[in-house]
Design a binder for this molecule. Sequence first.
Ligand SMILES: *Cc1c(COP(=O)(O)O)cnc(C)c1O
Length: 368
Amino acid sequence: MNLEKLPLPDCAERDWARRAITILEGDGRRSADTHLLAPVFEGLEGISIYLKDESTHPTGSLKHRLARSLVLYGICNGHIRQGTTLVEASSGSTAVSEAYFARLLRLPFIAVMPRSTSRQKIGEIERFGGRCHFVDSPGEVYAAAERVATETGGHYLDQFTFAERATDWRGNNNIAESIFEQMQAEENPVPEWVVMSAGTGGTSATLGRYIRYRNLPTQLCVADVECSAFYDCYRTGDRDTTCAEPSRIEGIGRPRVEPSFVPSVIDHMIRVPDAASIAAMRVLSDRIFRRVGGSTGTNFFATLSIAARMMAAGQEGSIVTLVCDSGARYTDTYYDDGWLNARGLDIAPWIEPIETFLARGDASVLWP
Ligand SMILES: *Cc1c(COP(=O)(O)O)cnc(C)c1O
């Protein structure tokens, strides 16, 4: 028998991957954990609301965690190598964070996103050296991203498929572990509820799995928006549900049920009217002295709905939700009354009842 004497492979490829992992680790080490805010709302007696402020990541949103995980997953799977073009389908935030990591690793990055994406987000992607490829409707991003990846010989990061598995759900400082650790010295350290909206569905999947894994009594509520497939899928179990109208709340609400959406770990879902999301966003921004984004308004409104029901049932305890990104990205949109009027979003009828509930605990005007 003749043994083939192939030369041993050289290590250039693995050397690049090892340097890349060190760079990602460096990003993690340079960052502190995000704050868990605990604003006091006088009217909500017996209920403590906490907000995990993900807007303080270097790239401004919770997508910093996801982008880091997706890039790490791609490198560890051998799909991302020296010179690989990274491609993503994104409504904005994920692309901003991925553009940041692509630049750290000196890799080209192309974001495929709807033309309606906010000007600020486009500017942020381009400042990190990323390129934007626009499509007309949110439903077109998936096929277009696959096409761009094939054409460039690149790697499609595919957040909507891989978000739920690129994150280590057992811990490793994922968002759930961080929240539950930060809660430990609170009066009610184990929250009754955690409330989160869904874009990829990845964060809610991580939260729901972690709650079960750690054997906690906490329940998970997912908040959806008017134009989105998630809520109906949750009610009917039909994963083929679609929604023709694009979501008006950036970052959340999807035209199809994304593969990363895991309904089996969700205990309850609430569909929040878009005007209520934006009203809640404005009220919360005033209360915590920092502008938050639209999806944070969705989270906050659903949190208040849970709080109202707990109070009506005589329950006490804590509820945790997320500040997903900062309002700085939406000065031209959700914080512009003219923009809202042009889209028929009347937030006035929601503002007063939300304020009344927070100040006096009277939920009857919000949920008669
Ligand atoms: C992605 C995103 C969400 C939803 O998080 P997922 O983990 O993708 O479900 C909420 N708000 C903003 C601003 C986002 O970018």
